[in-house]
Design a protein around this ligand. Sequence first.
Ligand code: HPA
Ligand code: MG
Length: 227
Amino acid sequence: MADGLVMDSPAKDGGGIVIRDDWPGYPLDLFSYPEHYSGDLECVYIPHGVIMDRTERLARDIMDDLGDHDIVVLCVLKGGYQFCSDLVERIKGLNRNSNKSLPMRVDFIRLKSYLNDQSTQDLHIVGGEDLSVLRGKNVLVVEGIVDTGKTMKALLSHVEAFKPKMIKVAGLLVKRVPSGSGCQPDYVGFEISNRFVVGYALDYNEYFRDLNHICVISESGKQKYKV
Ligand code: HPA
Ligand code: MG
């Protein structure tokens, strides 16, 4: 029988579900995905349903830790929009159906730091949203992916300047990279190997955000959408 998703049990330190380096992903033809991406992907790395199930649990963890205090959810665009939207949706469900309640505001910040599959040195904060609403608030920063941690570090010092009371970070994916800064989100969906993944709002030069699974991009996909 074929092996399933190769995972270790969730790390005790809250590091999320660990997907090991030898996980080959699922063959694409076992799932459905847009025709316009045929030939552009290597495998389905994390199916959409698994992302949703993990997100449901993260919502509960966040609720348990932060419930009964107001928070400002700060969605990091563009890669974090789908995760943020689904996470907020799950927290809304818990607000309707449990004794705890977590009043939320939602705000957005837009970053850009990648060209092709390479991180550029500088972090661009695009569109100067006024973040003075964060002063004195409990802030939950929601990121799609954290790899070197450089972006997250720069973002956190940017956010800190607005004097929030507390900052927590939720990251759907954390990449195991040699040059990692050790900057770890407080809530992690999955720890993944050092491969370029797309889908579920994660892009390669703005493509693949309209793919629901998280997939590994193929070499021909990289060539096709290179800028
Ligand atoms: N995919 C998409 N965006 C990213 C990645 C990735 O693997 N790493 C950092 N930004
Ligand atoms: Mg990107």
